[in-house]
Design a protein around this ligand. Structure first.
Ligand SMILES: NC(=O)c1ccc[n+]([C@@H]2O[C@H](COP(=O)([O-])OP(=O)(O)OC[C@H]3O[C@@H](n4cnc5c(N)ncnc54)[C@H](OP(=O)(O)O)[C@@H]3O)[C@@H](O)[C@H]2O)c1
Length: 326
């Protein structure tokens, strides 16, 4: 089998596409013939050696995958079943989805939800799952279109693109924030009503600013997250999803104690299985992005996956980059 495998060599990280035996895969009860995966920010950080995401090496990269069960020692799955795995340790502590074959514990496996085929499931992948999880948490905490427009930062990325389309489909007015305004046309096709640069938001620096937005889904962190929190209307929600612009942020407590604003987390890797299944089922039904087909801008095969990770890191990718593992 072919896989994009990451090694530690002389203290440095090196990724290569190699042939290996399925016998050497990390253990599990379910063997999956992989069909699709996707390049996530975390994969790109790991494969390019930008951040230490791997808990063991060597390891096959790829934190999500869809495919068909080849064999299973877990009675819940039969050969031929259409399934997916995202997070749980895939591509971090266990051999991942940038491979022709994946072997995982049965407890990690999600049956393909109704309303998605195997390819569509990875057009969404970890990115779409996390956008859905964020919106699910926001709405469970009272978010509704009437509270005002919802801002999506890092809008042209995988999570951002899915979030823009999902929010628009659920009736929200969507403000897409991007450092690449040349992609305004793409973002409007996904359903964005306004497209603005971070600078164009003119977020100001007072402890509380005008309550312009109902909420936000933030992929960037840093000053953008801090600035947006100061502009959220009473009882709005901000989901902190990513750190594309840096992990830290400096804020103050006034949005929370004077406006009742909530800052919500969304962590795809360790999302509990019950909630994970619920989100995937919603992704095939009421959260399914209308612009799903538009979100995948590029498909690569396994030999091209390392270059695709470099492209994501250099911010030249758009939407989801699919990996055809077949
Ligand atoms: N919490 C979770 O479970 C979870 C799951 C998936 C992803 N994430 C995080 O969510 C973020 C997005 O992931 P993704 O897979 O969608 O990645 P992606 O496709 O590479 O998208 C990231 C987007 O962020 C913006 N960006 C990139 N570099 C930036 C920088 N230096 N400063 C400011 N903005 C920058 C870009 O959008 P524009 O060019 O449009 O500004 C880029 O398209 C990442 O931080 C990732 O780690 C978290």
């Amino acid at each position: 089998m072919l896989a994009c495998r990451v090694f530690r060599e002389g203290g440095a990280i090196a990724a290569r596409v190699v042939e290996m035996s399925t016998d050497d895969l990390t253990p599990g009860e379910v063997v999956i013939r992989a069909e699709w995966s996707g390049v996530n920010f975390k994969d790109a950080l790991g494969v390019t050696g930008r951040a230490p995401i791997y808990r063991r090496l060597p390891l096959n990269a790829g934190i999500d995958v869809s495919g068909r069960v080849e064999s299973s020692a877990d009675p819940r799955f039969r050969p031929g079943d259409a399934v997916l795995v995202n997070g749980m340790g895939l591509g971090e502590s266990s051999d991942g989805g940038f491979a022709e074959v994946v072997r995982v514990p049965g407890d990690w496996v999600v049956p393909l939800p109704a309303g998605l085929d195997l390819r569509e499931a990875m057009v969404l992948g970890t990115a779409g799952f996390t956008a859905g999880l964020a919106l699910h948490r926001m709405e469970a905490n009272g978010q509704a279109p009437g509270k005002g427009p919802v801002v999506v930062t890092g809008a042209t990325g995988g999570v951002g693109s899915a979030a823009v389309s999902m929010l628009a489909g659920r009736g929200y007015r969507v403000v897409a924030v991007t450092g690449r305004p040349e992609h305004e046309g793409y973002l409007r096709e996904l359903g964005a009503h306004e497209v603005v640069t971070p600078e164009g938001l003119r977020l100001g620096s007072r402890p509380l600013e005008s309550a312009r937005y109902g909420g936000a889904i933030d992929n960037v962190g840093g000053a953008l997250l801090a600035g947006l929190l100061r502009h959220v209307a009473p009882w709005g929600n901000v989901a902190a999803i990513g750190n594309a612009g840096g992990p830290g942020f400096e804020g103050n407590v006034f949005p929370f104690i004077l406006r009742g604003v909530s800052l919500l987390g969304a962590s795809s890797a360790n999302c509990p299985m019950g909630l994970r299944m619920e989100i995937w089922n919603r992704l095939g039904s009421d959260l399914r992005p209308a612009a799903l087909a538009r979100i995948s801008s590029r498909t690569v095969r396994l030999p091209e996956v390392i270059e695709a990770c470099e492209a994501l890191m250099s911010r030249s990718a758009l939407g989801r980059v699919l990996v055809d593992c077949r």
